[in-house]
Design a binder for this molecule. Structure first.
Ligand SMILES: [Zn+2]
Length: 332
């Protein structure tokens, strides 16, 4: 058993309390590769932002769970080396689907876990979340649970339809599970194709899809039921159209990829939403830079040559999110 505290990581408790009070949100960036990890840490240090580095089940399968855990430990040391003596870095399990997986992560040094029982019947979701909370809290590890179902595809998590969170359930759910934060469904969605063209309107000038707005009325109702309780938004990439255009220009094919407009995320950050998950935007930033580099430099084959601009492009995106969308800069 390794405690996250020995690794220099922190749980989400204090940072969420400050974020809810301060009207900003903590970025939760997924990572699978060294370049993503470096870009996340550089962006967080340069902007003096707390950050949640999250690992999905798919990331554990791709990169190996032990390696990712050591990378998070490395991230803390790297942040110090970059001049941040007390970095606020959370290592979080994204979409844990079993008690065993959550326990395994807690035992190996994660400071926060999500138990996603949102596809289960209500009572089973509560029972599973409570079991994880009871174990996690013994070690001061914070737990995110989910109520409501998001549409979209993310690694092994997928659903064809969304079900908005029912505000009338949130008090009972949070009290009976004892969870530290609650992921809700108000119209965000996983992946780079968050909405079908039929769900959107089209901008007459650019021809680009305009997604339906988030259900802020539901968010506000939930806030009223649970004043000051940390709320989490999944599936909150904005799918930047310049990255999509670069990918398509250099041989890619992402027609009608669409995300959540940043103005809406900015508005949500000012509410009890204190954690915003961003994964697809990092994938797009990386792929756009690599496609462009290889198309412009067909004779190059050293991965460092194309991963360097990819890392730079992700870092630029992370900084933009922190400063211009979530407002978590200068909050260390
Ligand atoms: Zn998610």
């Amino acid at each position: 058993m390794v405690s996250y505290k020995e690794l220099g990581l922190v749980n989400t408790k204090e940072m969420f309390a400050k974020a809810v009070k301060g009207g900003y949100a903590i970025p939760a960036f997924n990572f699978n590769t060294m370049e993503q990890m470096q870009a996340i840490v550089q962006a967080a240090v340069e902007t003096k932002s707390p950050v949640i580095m999250q690992v999905s089940k798919g990331a554990r399968n791709y990169a190996n769970a032990t390696i990712l855990r050591y990378m998070a430990q490395g991230a803390v040391e790297y942040a110090k080396e970059l001049g941040c003596p007390n970095p606020q870095i959370v290592l979080h399990l994204d979409h844990g689907d079993t008690f065993e997986l959550c326990k395994d992560c807690i035992d190996m040094g994660f400071s926060s876990v999500m138990i996603d029982g949102s596809s289960l019947p209500y009572e089973e979701n509560i029972a599973l979340a409570k079991k994880v909370v009871d174990y996690a809290h013994q070690y001061d590890v914070t737990v995110e649970a989910e109520l409501g179902v998001l549409a979209g595809v993310e690694d092994e998590v997928s659903s064809a339809v969304s079900h908005y969170t029912k505000p009338e359930e949130v008090i009972d759910f949070s009290q009976r599970t004892g969870c530290d934060s609650l992921a809700i469904s108000i119209g965000t969605s996983h992946g780079a194709y968050k909405f079908t063209p039929a769900q959107c309107t089209r901008d007459p000038k650019t021809g680009k899809l305009v997604p339906p707005p988030l259900a802020f009325d539901i968010l506000h109702e939930i806030e009223k039921k649970l004043p000051g309780f940390p709320i989490v938004l999944h599936g909150s990439s904005s799918v930047p159209q310049d990255e999509v255009d670069t990918i398509n220009k250099f041989g890619g094919k992402l027609p009608d990829a669409v995300g959540i407009p940043e103005e809406q995320l900015r508005e949500a950050s000012k509410s009890a939403v204190c954690k915003i998950n961003i994964d697809s935007d990092s994938r797009l930033a990386m792929t756009a830079a690599i496609r462009k580099y290889l198309a412009e430099n067909p004779s190059h084959f050293d991965p460092r040559q194309y991963l360097k601009p990819a890392r730079e492009n992700m870092k630029k995106m992370y900084i933009h999110k922190i400063v211009n969308v979530l407002g978590s800069n200068d909050k260390l």
